[in-house]
Write a protein that binds this ligand. Structure first.
Ligand code: IFM
Length: 453
């Protein structure tokens, strides 16, 4: 099974999850600094203060990427390193850090794929309303302009947002992520302002008139009923509406899904944040869509239940983990066929745009064994199955151009702290020693062959 020539195989990380050095190089505070330092929010009280210390281990990490033969590295820029207060003057030291990273990748013939926003909003902007405020969309475009002007000559792939559903619903709707608000109304306003920020940022980058590829990354989960009952099918449709169509419809069609907007309107949620002309900006053409895929949303109707804080509780839907499914260390079901499904759906229901899997991977209870190895066979078989699922979609005509494994390194897994390991490379946090796992060697071979055996 081979991938087309030029298929871009790489690995991904994100700034707050790997960089550490939160008080260095003039970086300002982000909402994740505040949230992770708030007692009770993160498993074990972990924070991203040190993380994988990539800020100080950059050369070593770049050499490791090169040894593994990665063709691309997807990373994110920490907005508070560029504008410590979220607006105004540029912090040159922040630009210099990412220039070192990008130059280091280029010297090693690794394609940089840059994400502008992977959740570390400057705290100063959150203090003025964060993503519930329209001002944040405008500030995001301003910040994008600064980064683009500095690095557009060296970086060919630009992603505005990573997983706006997670930013909005986990951060503003459920309070499980920073900044920790718990209101659906806030999550909806945040959704709109994130998407508007994407549109305004696209406008800024496009005005440069260069050949770079510009896109956005969504976490998409096919939704399906757990039982063959009408109420469960309706619950799955609501979940699909919030998790997928709330983002896909405005981006591809310039409209919000009618059923989801009326659902919230009927519950007296004020949706007046959408202003004339916003949807045109949000739906401006993009060059590729990034898809992060982990599992499907299997749900059942729970509209009569008093649900605890959990995804889709406000929709009266309860996620169900199929009992026969293999589960990852996150407790997520292993469902490679969902990847084929979502890739094909984009082509069939929306548009035949170039796609990249910008994240896929699994958490495993990894450890270094007495021989010094990390034998993560489960990760190898997970990735093998998902690469094959992606290939199936390509055989059905999907224009998939690349695949970024999540993650290059074990890292700070948000509310789960350091308890969950997703890396191809094991990180011994106390010493910052890097140990490539069995999956890293396997992946090197996949990249070398540009296919699977
Ligand atoms: O670690 C995260 C990443 O930051 C965004 N996508 C999902 C990953 C695993 O949970």
């Amino acid at each position: 099974m081979n991938f087309p020539e030029n298929f871009l195989c790489g690995a991904a990380t994100a700034s707050y999850q790997v960089e550490g050095a939160v008080d260095e190089g003039g970086r300002g505070a982000s909402i994740w600094d505040t949230f992770s330092h708030t007692p009770g929010k993160i498993h074990h009280g972990d924070t991203g203060d040190i993380a994988c210390d990539q800020y100080h281990h950059l050369e070593e990490d770049l050499d490791l990427m090169s040894e593994l033969g990665l063709k691309a590295y997807r990373f994110s820029v920490a907005w508070p390193r560029i504008q410590p207060e979220g607006s105004g003057a540029t912090n040159q030291k922040g630009i210099d850090y990412y220039r070192r990273l990008v130059d280091g990748l280029r010297q090693r013939s690794i394609e940089p794929m840059l994400t502008l926003y992977h959740w570390d909003l400057p705290q100063a902007l959150e203090d003025r309303g964060g993503w519930t405020s329209r001002e944040t969309s405008e500030r995001f475009a301003e910040y994008t302009g600064i980064v683009y002007e500095a690095l557009s000559g060296e970086v060919g792939f630009w992603i505005t947002l990573n997983e706006p559903w997670v930013s909005a619903w986990m951060g503003y709707g459920l309070g499980l992520h920073a900044p920790g608000h718990k209101e659906s109304a806030k999550a909806l306003a945040a959704t709109h302002h994130l998407l508007l920020g994407h549109g305004l940022a696209m406008e800024r980058m496009r005005s440069a008139g260069d050949e770079n590829q510009l896109g956005v990354t969504l976490n998409l989960h096919p939704a399906r009923p757990s039982r063959d009952r009408e109420a469960d099918r309706e619950a799955a449709r609501r979940v699909d509406g919030q998790a997928n169509r709330l983002y896909l419809d405005p981006l591809f069609r310039g409209e919000y899904p009618e059923d989801i907007f009326s659902y919230y309107e009927e519950r007296d949620v004020d949706l007046s944040f959408v202003q004339d002309g916003d949807l045109e900006k949000i739906s401006a053409a993009f060059d590729f869509l990034g898809i992060n895929y982990y599992f499907r949303n299997t749900v059942r109707d729970a509209s009569e239940e008093d649900l605890p804080e959990m995804p889709f509780a406000d929709l009266g839907a309860r996620p169900v983990i199929p009992h026969d499914a293999e589960k990852t260390a996150m407790g997520w079901p292993v469902e490679p066929e969902g990847l084929t499904e979502i890739l094909v759906r984009i082509k069939e229901d929306y548009a035949d745009v170039p796609l990249y899997v910008t994240e896929n991977g699994r958490a495993v209870h990894d450890y270094i064994d007495p021989e010094g190895d990390v034998d993560d066979e489960e990760r190898v078989s997970y990735l093998d199955a998902h690469f094959r699922a992606a290939h199936d979609a390509m055989e059905q005509g999907v224009d998939l151009r690349g695949y970024m494994v999540w993650s290059f390194l074990d890292n700070f897994e948000w509310a789960e702290g350091y308890s969950k390991r997703f890396g191809l490379v094991f990180v011994e946090y106390g010493t910052q020693r890097r140990v490539p796992k069995m999956s890293a060697r396997w992946y090197s071979e996949v990249i070398r062959r540009n296919g699977l055996q």
